[in-house]
Design a binder for this molecule. Structure first.
Ligand SMILES: Nc1ncnc2c1ncn2[C@@H]1O[C@H](COP(=O)(O)OP(=O)(O)OP(=O)(O)O)[C@@H](O)[C@H]1O
Length: 305
């Protein structure tokens, strides 16, 4: 179990992680999803005691990570697979990790086998590994202490499609055996494929949270186009009839069905220029919006720099 409560990190006047609260439960894979710069890595670093929070708390198995005795026996962590010592072989890297975790040497062979690195590959220097091999080695290091919890930052980075499928299976199996998995990703489809629960973060804040079914299901939304001058009136009529309404750019998006919208618009005498069922789920729309916002912000920062 991972419990994050009101966790915040400020760098000067900039808030990288802004008052986030969520729980990652045993037996489930929790996907921590957000565009680049959303605050995922900062939150994970706070979780494992590498960055000091400005406020709030992060507990793993009911305790701060730093107070766990032999943390690697409880929590497997992979934050930056590219940061491994390039001069060591894969096996040496794992022998060290096993020693630090107080695990016997045969744990190394078991970990190599679990991540699909051959003994021959394990004898090569990490500096000569592909990014995908480094990810496998990083995961082997995280698994070496037979932990109940995994904290993985972008674990699928650099893996080919077969590797991604393999990783998905491994993480699902880990959760099926009662483990807790928290993994971050900036790719919605990657998270969709593996996570039972999703926490979506943008600009340091949680913008959506729930089970995959709750968040990814099409929510029966209808997209309505009306002339600009009529939009507010139709929104008010829809809200008056108990429907939810969002104004998104030129469109009005509502949870009312097309038939309900048509009836209400007709009664109110509001012209409708188009009326369609939303093809994307709520999460996908929010995610695209977040990514677009982030890109806009980066462009603005570049211009003002
Ligand atoms: N030490 C630091 N000092 C100042 N700002 C920082 C520091 N670390 C992170 N940030 C900023 O905090 C924000 C969140 O960064 P973070 O690395 O947590 O995002 P992320 O969601 O993991 O993104 P990515 O997918 O690109 O790794 C970014 O704007 C980043 O520039």
């Amino acid at each position: 179990m991972i419990q994050i409560e009101n966790l915040t990190k400020r760098y000067g006047s900039f808030t990288a992680v802004d008052d986030i609260t969520f729980t990652a439960r045993p037996g489930r894979v929790t996907g921590f999803l957000g565009p680049n710069g959303a605050g995922k890595s900062t939150a994970m670093r706070m979780l494992v005691g590498l960055t000091v929070p400005s406020s709030g708390s992060a507990l793993v198995l009911g305790r701060p990570y730093r107070s766990l005795p032999t943390p690697a026996r409880h929590v497997g962590v992979m934050l930056d697979a590219a940061a491994q010592h390039a001069g060591r072989t894969g096996r040496e890297t794992l022998v060290l990790a096993a020693a630090m975790a107080g695990m016997p040497r045969h744990a190394v062979d078991r970990a190599l086998e679990r991540v699909g690195l051959t003994s021959r590959e394990a004898e090569r220097r990490v500096g000569n590994y592909s990014l995908g091999m480094r990810q496998r080695l990083g995961l082997a290091g995280a698994l070496i202490g037979e932990p109940q919890v995994l904290v993985l930052d972008e674990p699928a980075n650099g893996l080919d499609p077969a590797g991604i499928r393999w990783m998905r299976g491994l993480l699902r199996d880990f959760a099926d055996q009662g483990g807790t998995v928290l993994l971050s990703s900036h790719l919605l489809h990657e998270v969709e494929q593996v996570a039972h629960d999703i926490v979506m973060i943008g600009g340091g804040r949680i913008v959506a949270e729930g089970t995959q079914e709750e968040l990814l299901a099409g929510h029966g939304q209808t997209v309505v186009g009306t002339p600009e001058g009529e939009r507010a009136r139709l929104a008010a009529e829809l809200r008056g009839a108990g429907h939810q309404v969002d104004l998104r750019g030129e469109d009005l998006v509502t949870n009312a069905t097309r038939a309900q919208v048509a009836r209400i618009a007709l009664t109110a005498g509001v012209p409708v220029t188009h009326l369609a069922e939303s093809s994307a789920g709520r999460l996908e729309e929010m995610f695209l919006q977040l990514t677009a916002d982030q890109a806009r912000q980066e462009r603005t920062e570049e211009v003002s720099a």
